[in-house]
Design a protein around this ligand. Sequence first.
Ligand SMILES: CC(C)(COP(=O)(O)OP(=O)(O)OC[C@H]1O[C@@H](n2cnc3c(N)ncnc32)[C@H](O)[C@@H]1OP(=O)(O)O)[C@@H](O)C(=O)NCCC(=O)NCCS
Length: 191
Amino acid sequence: MSEKLHITTERLTIRNLKPNDLEQFHEYRSNPDVTRFQGFDVMTLKESEEFIISMNRKSYGNPGEWVQYGIENNESKKLIGDCAIRLLEEDQVVAEIGITISPLHQKNGFAKEVMIGILKFLFDEKGIRRVVELTDVQNIASVKLLKSCGFRQEGHFIDNRYFKGELCSEYQFAMLKEEWDKIKQDLMDKF
Ligand SMILES: CC(C)(COP(=O)(O)OP(=O)(O)OC[C@H]1O[C@@H](n2cnc3c(N)ncnc32)[C@H](O)[C@@H]1OP(=O)(O)O)[C@@H](O)C(=O)NCCC(=O)NCCS
């Protein structure tokens, strides 16, 4: 059943994007360094606005659909990034995820906090069996984040597709529910 997603962590809240996120959202989504390794290109202000409106209506749990959620700082109440979740259409207990943190807020452990929050939600509340993320091998920050959260690298696809005009290689990282159960306490204690 579909529902509005709302995840709260110590410093952050993950919830639907809202029209008043526009200024912060557009600031990083119009930055080519941020979109370099992502399925998105830089957005115009109008595109950012339309994107937020389209995502504002979406719910968690519709198989096959990527939904991008806002990440709000609990103290400032401002958007600091966004994250995406998609349940596979062919196997709805497998989820794909992605995280973006504005360069103004990177390297503060926010992506890791979001990742732990999402994993807890998907595995412990939603009965998800496997979480997957594909990342460009050159995306050092993403690779570090995934390893630091206990993901297992299970694939290295060499020159497997053209992306933004370049031939790119990708790593596939994954985590299974039983792997999460083994590491979650340690991950949460150390964070
Ligand atoms: C990847 C990204 C989300 C990381 O966000 P962040 O909030 O800066 O990450 P964190 O502060 O939580 O750091 C998590 C780990 O990654 C490491 N890390 C983060 N950025 C790094 C970088 N540029 N180089 C090396 N390591 C980095 C941190 O040191 C930390 O490691 P640790 O837990 O072992 O100490 C952010 O760089 C980003 O938004 N990039 C652009 C969008 C993107 O490509 N997203 C991924 C694909 S969907």
